[in-house]
Design a protein around this ligand. Structure first.
Ligand code: NAP
Length: 259
């Protein structure tokens, strides 16, 4: 998809990858709606977007609440008559330990990484079905969605659920003839968005800016699934076909004991 003069919605745009993508898209004469909980940070991003020449709408709210997503999608569609591109980026991968995690912390992670995506997906599809020109929903997933990782169990489960959900949605849109709507899942490896206390090393870590560049390229390519950077994506591919005992051995060697 050409990303000029588009009506765009980006969730989780107050910091990290979402913010970097929003600012990069602002240089391309787009109209950009941004969401997240921290209104003060969203206002800073909006100022950057407007300074770069794009119009901006701000929706502060919690993506784990369906009403916030409904409102943001409805108001954006009303203002610009359509949404050409939605970048669903809300997510967080807190370190966890499934030998003593609470049910609440595990389902919280599912709410942030899965429910938040679904809350936007539903009204977006409803809106995009009324449009006739090409439109795209891009979900920022993770290479972590392909198999369980020690100390990231709830995150990997939520991201895997999102990957499978959107894979199915892609098939059904085609089956029911909504060929103007595309679904894309982008799987980044480690991105240096903030200092993290992960239980795993972060091989091939990219800067937030480099990740945003890759995401823009992925959107332009229109490919249904994109994985980057190459080295980590390749290692993930090998991990998917490696014998379970070998994968477990390697992952546990890398995992810290202190969580
Ligand atoms: N960093 C990595 O290494 C990496 C690797 C692969 C994939 N990813 C994925 O990339 C996406 C962005 O991550 P990031 O590293 O850029 O993290 P980040 O800097 O913490 O950004 C997360 C964004 O999501 C928003 N958000 C979180 N929970 C929310 C909620 N309940 N309601 C509304 N907004 C919410 C945050 O804004 P507020 O706090 O203001 O609400 C923020 O704007 C995530 O989906 C993550 O899983 C990250």
């Amino acid at each position: 998809m050409e990303i000029h003069n588009k009506a765009i919605l980006i969730t989780g745009a107050s910091s990290g990858i979402g913010r970097a993508v929003a600012v990069k898209l602002a240089a391309k004469n787009n109209r950009i709606a941004i969401t997240a909980r921290r209104r003060d940070l969203l206002k800073e991003v909006a100022a950057e977007i407007e300074a770069a020449g794009s119009e901006c709408l701000v929706f502060a709210g919690d993506a784990t609440e369906a009403a916030h997503a409904e409102k943001a999608v409805a108001a954006t569609s009303k203002r610009w008559g359509r949404i050409d591109l939605a970048v669903l980026n809300v997510g967080a991968g807190p370190v966890s330990n499934l030998t003593r995690a609470s049910a609440e912390s595990i389902t919280d992670c599912m709410r942030t990484n899965y429910d938040a995506m679904v809350h936007f997906y539903v009204p977006l599809i409803r809106q995009m079905k009324t449009q006739t020109s090409e439109c795209l929903i891009t979900h920022i997933n993770s290479l972590a969605s392909y198999f369980g990782l020690p100390m990231q169990g709830d995150y990997t489960a939520a991201k895997a659920a999102a990957r499978i959900f959107l894979e199915t949605a892609r098939m059904e849109l085609k089956h029911f003839g909504f060929n103007h709507i595309s679904i894309q899942t982008i799987h980044p490896g480690f991105i240096n968005t903030k200092p993290k206390k992960d239980a795993l090393p972060r091989p091939g870590e990219l800067s937030t800016d480099a990740a945003a560049e890759q995401i823009l390229r992925a959107i332009a390519s229109g490919k249904p699934e994109v994985r980057f950077p190459f080295g980590t994506a390749f290692a993930t591919r090998i991990g998917r076909i490696a014998p379970r005992w070998l994968k477990t051995f390697i992952l546990l060697k890398a995992a810290r004991k202190s969580y």
